[in-house]
Structures are given as structure tokens and as C-alpha cells.
Design a protein around this ligand. Structure first.
Ligand SMILES: C[S@@+](CC[C@H](N)C(=O)[O-])C[C@H]1O[C@@H](n2cnc3c(N)ncnc32)[C@H](O)[C@@H]1O
Length: 214
């Protein structure tokens, strides 16, 4: 995803009184750009509600799945978390480019690695404090593997923060139904109310779930 023929365009994101520069690809698969559900989740991490609930992310072990550009995990690392952003192998160069571009802002630590849902999670253990997931529930065939990975990565103290956008096109509704059915069997699932999210970066059709193992 980073080669000499690839063109990038920057997206500036204000977070925690700093500015993240996220490199996005002009062409490529869905992970090449920052999606709105990512913005909503990223901004939620600096909301008063999040801060009052979690106090600090300093030294917390965080894994992001399906990171794409890596924007959400990058933001968590600005708050002092030790973060691994992950995606399919082809996205590691783009994630690494964004790690390199923003490294001066990172307060915790930040790594980019391959993690294909349904594959081994051994190298990502012990169980993290948080798993971050934005806009990853859209592909029906992958939902089962995604939930297997969430289950295997999570310990009883792991909190999963998952944002998704409601869409009616293609297999999106079926994928969401399957995802919600499967996660409810394994996790206690709470929706973060709209009024607890960032006052600007929130939307009726974008949801944030907080999930913990039953
Ligand atoms: C719609 S993009 C969201 C990217 C980013 N989280 C955001 O919200 O901006 C979905 C991401 O899931 C990743 N993905 C899809 N299937 C995957 C799989 N089987 N294992 C790991 N990542 C996968 C894609 O490569 C892509 O980066």
C-alpha cells in the first residue's frame, strides 16, 4: 500500500490539543482512508465521559483491529497508551507510514503489525486493556472470524470499543445482525449514548459499543 506509484493526501485531525497528520491513499481498498466511524471513536476518547470513566490511558495496553490508516490507535498513543495497530498485511506499510509521520506526538508507544481476523493472536497476548475497532462490520464472510479474534484477544478485564456506521446497502444489515448476535453471546454489550459522545463528531447513524466478557 506504500509504493512509488501510490499518491497520498493528508488528513489533519485535531486530537488532545495536537494535530495528527494521517496519510491516506488516493486509490486502493477500504482501509486507505479514515472513515467517519473512526472519527467518532477517536473523538469519543477525548470526551468528558470517557475521561471520567477511564481517568487515563497512560501505560494501558491497546490493540486496534482493522486499523486501515491507524488513526484511532494513533490517537490512543497520544494519550500515553502502548498501542499496536493491526490490519491485513497489505496495510502494514500505510500504517507504518502514519506511525513514522506522527512519531513525535506519541506519548506511549506505537507499533504496526499484521493481524488477520481468525488467525493466531498469540503474539498479541497478554490480553490488552482495550481493543479498538472502527467500521469493521460490513463484510458478511469476515464477521465470524472477527468475533473469534475479539473473543480470543479479550480477557475479563478487556474493554472493546467498537464503532460502526449503519448502512443499508449490500450485506451491511446482515453483517451487523450477525455481528450483534454473536457478540451478545460472549460479551455484555452496552451502547454509548449519543449525549456522552463528542458534541460535534457524533451522528445518529454511527454507534459506539462498549463490550466486556460475560
Ligand atoms: C472500512 S475499513 C475501516 C478502517 C479504519 N478502521 C477506519 O475506520 O478508518 C475496514 C478495515 O478492516 C480491514 N479488514 C477487513 N477484513 C479483515 C480481516 N479479515 N482481517 C483483518 N483486517 C481486515 C480492512 O483491511 C480495512 O482496513
Amino acid at each position: 500500500m506504500t509504493d512509488q506509484l501510490q499518491e497520498y493526501f493528508d488528513r489533519s485531525l485535531e486530537f488532545n490539543n495536537q494535530v495528527l497528520i494521517i496519510k491516506q491513499c488516493s486509490s486502493g481498498d477500504v482501509g486507505c482512508v479514515v472513515w467517519d466511524a473512526a472519527l467518532v471513536l477517536l473523538k469519543f476518547m477525548e470526551s468528558d465521559f470517557f475521561k471520567s470513566k477511564h481517568e487515563t490511558l497512560e501505560q494501558k495496553h491497546v490493540i486496534e483491529l482493522g486499523s486501515g490508516t491507524g488513526a484511532v490507535g494513533l490517537a490512543a498513543s497520544l494519550l500515553g497508551a502502548n498501542v499496536t495497530i493491526t490490519d491485513l498485511e497489505e496495510f502494514v506499510p500505510l500504517m507504518q507510514l502514519n506511525v513514522n509521520t506522527n512519531e513525535a506526538l506519541v506519548k506511549g508507544s506505537l507499533m504496526a503489525k499484521t493481524l488477520k481476523w481468525g488467525g493466531s493472536v498469540q503474539e498479541f497476548l497478554p490480553h490488552p486493556d482495550f481493543i479498538l475497532l472502527s467500521d469493521c462490520v460490513y463484510y458478511l464472510q469476515a464477521v465470524g472470524d472477527l468475533v473469534v479474534t475479539l473473543d480470543e484477544l479479550s480477557g475479563h478485564d478487556t474493554e472493546i470499543l467498537c464503532s460502526y456506521e449503519e448502512r443499508t446497502i449490500g450485506q451491511n444489515l446482515q453483517s451487523l445482525d450477525k455481528f450483534l448476535t454473536l457478540v451478545n453471546e460472549i460479551f455484555v454489550v452496552d451502547e454509548i449514548p449519543l449525549n456522552q459522545q463528542d458534541p460535534v463528531y457524533r451522528s445518529e447513524d454511527i454507534h459506539i459499543l462498549s463490550m466486556k466478557k460475560r
